[in-house]
Design a protein around this ligand. Sequence first.
Ligand SMILES: *Cc1c(COP(=O)(O)O)cnc(C)c1O
Length: 392
Amino acid sequence: MTAVMSTYGRYDLAFERGEGPYLFAMDGRRYLDFGTGIAVTSLGHCHPHLVKALQEQVATLWHCSNLYTIPGQVKLAERLAANSFGDAVFFCNSGLESMEAAIKLCRRYHFQKGDEKRWRTLTVEGAFHGRSLATIAAAKNAKHLEGFGKPVDGFDQVPFGDLDALRAAITDETACIAFEPVQGEAGIIPADLDYLRQLRKIADEFGILLLLDEVQCGMGRTGKLFAHEWAGITPDVMSLAKGLGGGFPIGAIVATAEAAKGLTPGTHGSTFGGNPLASAAANAVLDVMLEDGFMEGVDKKARKFWNDLKEVTGRYPKVYETVRGAGMMLGIKCVVPAGDVITKFHEAGLLPVPAGDNVVRFLPPLTAEESHFAEALEIVDATGKALEAGGG
Ligand SMILES: *Cc1c(COP(=O)(O)O)cnc(C)c1O
């Protein structure tokens, strides 16, 4: 027992330091970090460029509040807009905050247009949008809602992939469709690209907004800066967080000028959002991710890793069922309990992340190299062999 509240089921592991794709435990043991703190440290640990940028900012200015202009934040917003569909960016500190902001933006958009009846958000089954009262109501995961009283109103849900159900659920009160292009927590479930295109079409047809939750799948995770780029569509608003600060807490929403119209002065805010330190971290992340050829390199490495992973897991059909995902956001659906596979991975020095649907999730650093993937594959192979032979 510690004084830390017991809201998490934690592994019995504690780390002292990180270096590139590796974490070093208190006992000195080295682990290959293919979980990246749940898609956060996407450039690995202590990336020299991030370390330098933060060291400089730490010695200059940490915080001043959004009462004032923050030049680093302005620069970050301009770069996010220039490299996406967006025109306007709002900064906060986490994924759920970005979803809250995005949902508020959608409601205010219709309000500003004089259509204040439109305030409800439509989500799909299996969604995860965070742990605030509104975002648990949005996702409707019974486990997350239990014991917290009547869920916040304003959210409707349809089955994932069912366009007829989606159309039927849109009423004159619907403000937006909120959707993860690749569901993370549910067990790495990528949307069909055509389904994404249809969501765009339906939103246009009904005059409602398309809100994409790219908190986990954005910032290069799928081999493009943003996951929706694969479908050749653009949302009206997108939420970002996890990978944005490379390990420093920062979240954002990126929106078109039209969609952002309703968020006029005083309608939303955050004390910490986009402060000088957070903005410096995210700007440093962008310096790396926007380098010529970086995303192409991620895509290439991801395709090879996926193919190799399919091949290796295919050898042990009694242990591993399938590999699915997009880019460097991959899930192995297991036949044996995923927890048993994770225990074996830990023993062998490999860190994945558990996900729903009996899936073991890999979210490697985007900077991982051939030797790191080979190291992971060897452990996946040895674990399959051991578990197929009957445990031990
Ligand atoms: C992690 C996650 C969130 C919530 O982010 P927090 O920073 O934990 O609040 C929201 N949406 C998706 C898709 C996520 O993966």
